[in-house]
Design a protein around this ligand. Sequence first.
Ligand code: UDP
Ligand code: MG
Length: 316
Amino acid sequence: MDISVVVPLYNEVESLPELTSWISKVMDDNKFSYEILLVDDGSKDGSWEMICRLKTGNPHIKGIKFRRNYGKSAALNVGFEATQGDVVITMDADLQDSPDEIPELYRRITEENYDLISGWKAKRYDPPSKTIPTKLFNSATRKMSGINNLHDFNCGLKAYNKTVVKNIEVYGEMHRYIPVLAKWAGFTKIGEQIVEHRARKYGTTKFGMSRFVNGFLDLLSIFFVGKFGKRPMHFFGSMGVLSFLTGSIIAIWLISEKLYLISRNEHYRDIIDNPLFYIALVAIILGSQLFLTGFVAELVSRNSPERNSYQIEEVV
Ligand code: UDP
Ligand code: MG
């Protein structure tokens, strides 16, 4: 099979007929063998019934239904596991991404041997309240991930070589940073393609302002996991040791000073009257706590079970 199109969707019933017939038209015009994997992320608007109905008229459609809403990352992850095509295309359900881009994406993966091509919505029709934070996110992500040639990490339209999707795990809210996950897994030939940004035709966005908070927290986790992911002890532990040592040096200094002054029978301040004593105390306690945090993080990261535990209710 040439292409698997993975579409995560949550309450997108109106878009589905047009989306699937448009994808099929592009595929047939280009004589691709393909499948359309519609992953229903717990919709409540009849999307699943629509998928079942569309499937009877279009054998290329496959549907996976989650028992409840687990988020776009989980939907992509399950879609990735199910794919059979040599090239995997992801696309949002809301018709904001154009299926017309598929042939060129396919060509670049198969002929130019890219691991991943990420869509870049160079011209956006969003208000500045959305485009400015998005720009900031993208430039921060570029710096933190070292992927310097992408302008738009979060575009829903992407193409992958099948080995990429079989070797990465999209968890939490990490759908915003799949190129980074791919790079961590060792897939470094990552490219970009300018794609059309269309206005949402039906329904409304599923991510409100929470996208910025979540995106920011994920950015931090990219930074920390990227730097210390496999070795959290190196981050927390080193800060802990530093703090502990600083506190100990101050404490030793205070004690030596006291002993010295006693030995010379000179007047000395009681140690607990010295503000440095409290700084030392806090530094030592904080240091041991940070060290223990690193130790616990190390244990957890070595023994973490499957991060994804979603329930699939039905497959058609
Ligand atoms: N989506 C999903 N699960 C969710 C939220 C969104 O599968 O919990 C899907 C949604 O149906 C759409 C895609 O993810 O196909 C992108 O969502 P949306 O269009 O709302 O995001 P935006 O375009 O505003 O970034
Ligand atoms: Mg959208």
